[in-house]
Write a protein that binds this ligand. Structure first.
Ligand SMILES: NC(=O)c1ccc[n+]([C@@H]2O[C@H](COP(=O)([O-])OP(=O)(O)OC[C@H]3O[C@@H](n4cnc5c(N)ncnc54)[C@H](OP(=O)(O)O)[C@@H]3O)[C@@H](O)[C@H]2O)c1
Length: 246
């Protein structure tokens, strides 16, 4: 990619999105962080002079369309979209009684529909550039599901499938479609757990590895233990299930 990038990061107010936003900003690129909660994206931008912020719920197609219109007016040279916003909930379908359908649907709306809405709204802008990229953030759990997070795992498998299809459709366009596949990373995503999973990768180390993969121009940037899960899902899926769910 060129030295003068305009980078939009959804879920840029914390965790992986915040780390990537900070790293792109440190390289001198124009970064726009997008989040659901205004105070979080505002705080990240305030710590990085020149960084801009926008508020949008990625699950809401109209809000995402309005965001794309604003971005098209203010930053028509948009070159990179990091489609990163996501949530993770634990659901126990073995419990008696049905689960809260609205909560189940919300996770799908944010993690899968949100990625699709952002791609749909931002692609027309990305296509106007000589070279650009859409980076969808998947997960190692999209390859081998965590039983305790069944909806999350399914949405990430969906992100993987959507990304493959999009890459194929856009193969003759200027837009590179990338899937960034993190392992467990120490972020707020795991706030529902009593403690961060012991195998969690340090956020700075993850960001460094992710940027190296993006710089190398890879279509799939698979980091750390996510590589093991991807391999196991193909070579030994039962073993993969055992390891992830032990
Ligand atoms: N951490 C891991 O172990 C791990 C592993 C694999 C994949 N991932 C993926 O990496 C991505 C980032 O997660 P993270 O670990 O950095 O967790 P995080 O710190 O909780 O970040 C998630 C971000 O998404 C934003 N977000 C949530 N719902 C949104 C919505 N409806 N609209 C707009 N923004 C929304 C949040 O913003 P608000 O606070 O404003 O809602 C937050 O900034 C997710 O897609 C996650 O699935 C994470």
């Amino acid at each position: 990619m060129s030295t003068a990038e305009v980078v939009l990061v959804t879920g840029g107010g914390s965790g992986i999105g915040g780390g990537l936003a900070s790293a792109f900003h440190a390289r001198g690129h124009q970064v726009i962080v997008v989040g659901h909660r205004r105070e979080r994206v505002e705080a990240v931008a305030a710590r990085h002079p020149g960084m801009c912020w926008q508020v949008a719920d990625v699950a809401d197609a109209e809000e995402v369309a309005a965001l794309a219109e604003e971005v098209g007016c203010r930053w028509p040279g948009l070159t990179t979209v990091i489609n990163n916003a996501g949530v993770q909930h634990l659901f126990d379908f073995a419990a008696s009684g049905p689960l809260d359908a609205a909560e189940l649907g919300r996770e799908i709306d944010v993690n899968l529909k949100g990625v699709i809405h952002v791609a749909n709204a931002m692609l027309p802008l990305l296509k106007t550039q000589p070279r650009s990229r859409l980076v969808n953030v998947g997960s190692g759990l999209g390859y081998v599901p965590l039983a305790a997070a069944p909806v999350y795992s399914a949405t990430k498998a969906g992100v993987h499938s959507f990304t493959l299809a999009l890459r194929r459709q856009l193969r003759d366009s200027p837009v590179q479609v990338v899937e960034l596949i993190p392992p467990v990373v120490a972020t707020d995503l795991h706030r529902h757990l009593e403690e961060t999973p012991p195998m969690a990768m340090d956020l700075d180390a993850f960001v460094k590895a992710a940027l190296a993969g993006l710089d190398a121009g890879r279509d799939e940037v698979v980091v750390g233990l996510a590589k093991v899960l991807r391999t196991l899902s193909r070579a030994a899926p039962s073993l993969g299930m055992k390891i992830v769910n032990q």
